[in-house]
Each structure stands twice: as C-alpha cells, then as structure tokens.
Ligand binder design. Sequence first.
Ligand code: PAF
Length: 283
Amino acid sequence: VPKESMKKASTFQELRDIRTNLHGTFGLVPTMGALHAGHLSLVRRARAECANVGASIFVNPAQFGPGEDLSAYPRDLERDLALLEEAGVDLVWTPTAEMMYPAGFQSWITVEEVSRPLEGKCRPGHFRGVATVVAKLFNAFSPDRAYFGQKDAQQVVVIKRLVQDLNFPIQIVVCPTVREPDGLAMSSRNAYLSAEDRRSATVLYRALAAAEAEFRRGVSDPERLRTIMRSILHAEPRANVEYISIADPDSLIEVKELAGPVLLSLAVRLGKTRLIDNLLLGG
Ligand code: PAF
C-alpha cells in the first residue's frame, strides 16, 4: 500500500482540521528547521512509538534576544520538508511569526527558577520565548508525547516543569545527543563555523569527556571536574568560555559535592558562534 503523503498546514485552523482526523497516539517533534541527524533521531523515535507523527518548523523570534542570530538563523524549508516526509512524518505545521504572535499578543509563560541560571543568565528572555511557543505548539497539536534532544538540557528541564505545572497531559521524551564522529554535538548553528572554528569546536566534547572520566574515578569534589574542563577549554585559544556548570539535573543548582547524578554543561563562543553541550553523569 503506498504511504499517504505528508500533510502540510500553514494556519492554526488548517492544522486543527487535519489533526482532528488523526486517530491513535500522536507524537510531536517541535523544530526550528535547518534539520540535522539529531532532529531526525527524534522523528525516528516518535515514528517507532506513535501511530501519528507531527512536526513543526518555526524559527521562533520570541526566543532570540536583541543582537542574537534570528535573521542569520539557517532556513531551508524545501529541504526540511523533504527530510521530514522521508522520515515518515504525517503532518507538518509551518506557521508564520504573524500567525504565532498576531498584533495584540500579550500572554507569555515564564517558568521561573529553572529558567534563571546557565542559558537563562546569558540569554535573558530566551526561556520565556521557548516556554510560550512550546505551550502554543502543545495546544495546537494536542500530542500524547513530545520529543526533545538532551543537547538542550536546560530546555528539557524547563519544558518538563511547564508540563507539570500547567497540567499538559503530555509525556516528554528526551533523546540522546547525536554527535559528529569527532564528538561535536549536532546543532543547526554548527553551519556558522569557519573551517578553523569547526576544528576547534571539538573542545567542548573533549572537556566534557575528560571530566566524565574523572567523575568515573569517583572524585567527590566538583571543583576537580571544573578545573579539568577549564584547563582543556583554556588550551584552545579560539574558545571563549561563557560558563562551565556542574549542577543538579533537576534544579540546575550548582552542586557542592559529587554525591548523585550531575549535569555538566558548557557554553563556549568560537568567533561569532555560540555553542552549548552537556553530559548527564551518574543518572
Ligand atoms: O529546540 C528547539 O529547536 C526550539 O527551542 C523549540 C523547542 C522548537 C522551540 O522553538
């Protein structure tokens, strides 16, 4: 039986009309497009677990700060649609910014404490934009499950909190970070890297992996891991470190002792490109 082709919705009403006629479990993969193997791993997982799979492509202006890369963010809608169709997505929504945030829009969602440290400190307002658009996507698609990458570790914490606090009947499925063969975490922003910066970009994973090896040796002082990561990052002259964090994976508060699971996370600038990566240890 030939597979029915992927349905495409532009307006909210078009999306609802198609969604209403899809029966059985629904899995959602929210994206900002510029798809890579990480996104496709989310679609594959959703395809394996759900009767229907939906995806959204929307570069959400509300999660970019002034002076950030909103206008430069890579966009290739035709390619993204072809990849989603090939991966077996049933329904894709590609709203415009005017549809998502029409004139008069003024209802924002702030997930308070877990939005504050790390990315929240470097990118004020970022998680308010993420939480608001994700809540809108959840309302639009009514998924049973929604799929996110561990690559954006704090985003996952924020979204889990949002789902719990606002009683969305949605299971959040977190999928492992997909890496290039040299360890660099897949990200749409890797496209910004010059050849030299691309070579230096392995420093994030090298720092995390060295700290992981030390963690496995059973050290109890998080400062030991911080020192290892700092020395590897500082040995890369092109890298400007924004933060190195060793935090509780749920509260994102920095730990004073390595007694349970911890989230190691980093943000590093290489030239104009800002990269993040993390490892969850002992989980
Ligand atoms: O992870 C992303 O691509 C975005 O933050 C998301 C979840 C699609 C919201 O815009």
